[in-house]
Design a protein around this ligand. Structure first.
Ligand code: HEM
Length: 306
């Protein structure tokens, strides 16, 4: 892809999904109230979301209902094997980005009220950046994320890819959202060495460990080791609620293929080895969304005929 094509995809993208993490975030999910109200729900959402401070994803059931075909869109795969990975499809996903939790609370109230006639709020969860970008385990998260031009190349549907697709797809993205809960009691019982080996990096300096076992998380997910290479743009944020906490895993890509290749290796479907993350963490949710492009500061839903 040439750099001018990059720019074109970037011009249409929800800029918030490409940007570095904001200090705080708030995740909302909605379900539609009545099928007949979908066009007005989507039109209202398009006007309320700018794609910068408010990133929006639409679930497979909603897309299917519009009659539109978004190539590559599908349901999140459920796995019940040596570990359990649930699939919890959702109609609408919103990621509010900002720098003050109180402001996000008020912005979410505004959004919930605006959508109330047509959509029911299903969940709301605050999230934040911890110690400059670490997971609650203390390990730096995002080290091997794509950088520079590789960010849009990884995350966005390019004009080249969209050539044979319906109109209105350039600059759109496919989002994976998975709420992971950490078992901190289990984590505390692991020695420092066991923790480093589970992640595959040394916590003190973030260096990759030469002696990491195949179950180490970064061995399971090493992006350049897949064929085709499986790059994703991770934009996850820690969450806490009462005594519970974990990671809201969020990743963007121009298709779900890279994520699925990684997930299959994490759950052991490729070689029987399960990701060591499952020793202390488990996913509570799992959903796929299509993040439409933007035009003129609002969501561009022409691909859905809206
Ligand atoms: C509890 C949930 C998770 C935690 C705490 C976690 C944490 C981490 C940490 C600490 C790293 C090393 C630093 C880095 O490169 O970012 C990492 C790398 C990575 N993780 Fe996760 N992760 C989680 C879930 C997932 C899931 C579900 C996937 C995808 C299926 C994933 C994909 C990746 C990838 C692609 C890398 C970089 C691998 C490489 O190319 O070196 N992670 N993660």
């Amino acid at each position: 892809m040439t750099s001018s094509e990059h720019n074109r995809a970037v011009d249409y993208a929800q800029a918030g999904l490409l940007a570095p993490l904001p200090p705080v975030g708030r995740y909302l999910t909605f379900s539609q109230r009545a099928a007949g109200d979908l066009p007005i729900l989507l039109r209202t959402l398009a006007a309320l979301a700018d794609g910068v401070r408010t990133v929006v994803g639409l679930g497979p059931a909603v897309l299917e209902q519009t009659g539109a075909k978004i190539p590559g869109m599908r349901e999140f795969p459920q796995y019940v094997c040596s570990v359990v990975v649930p699939s919890t499809p959702t109609d609408v996903w919103v990621w509010l980005r900002g720098d003050d939790t109180g402001d996000l609370f008020h912005r979410s109230r505004f959004l919930v009220e605006g959508l109330a006639p047509w959509a029911r709020l299903e969940s709301a969860m605050d999230a934040f950046v911890h110690r400059g970008g670490r997971d609650l385990t203390g390990y730096e998260d995002g080290t091997e994320n794509p950088k520079g031009d590789n960010i849009p190349e990884t995350a966005l549907v390019s004009p080249e890819m969209a050539e044979s697709m319906p109109r209105g797809l350039v600059g759109s993205s496919f989002a994976v959202v998975q709420q992971w809960q950490h078992g901190f009691a289990l984590w505390s019982q692991m020695s420092s060495k066991e923790k480093d080996l589970a992640i595959g990096r040394r916590i003190s300096d973030n260096a990759e460990l030469g002696d990491a076992p195949p179950s180490a998380h970064i061995k399971r997910t090493a992006q350049e080791r897949f064929w085709p290479p499986a790059f994703i743009l991770r934009r996850s944020m820690p969450w806490v609620e009462g005594e519970q906490g974990g990671l809201m895993f969020v990743a963007f890509s121009h298709s779900f293929n890279a994520f699925e290749a990684q997930l299959r290796r994490m759950v052991g479907l490729d070689d029987g080895v399960t990701d060591a993350l499952f020793q202390f963490a488990r996913p509570l949710t799992g959903a796929y969304f299509w993040c439409p492009p933007v035009q003129g500061g609002r969501l561009d839903l022409q691909a859905l005929g809206i």
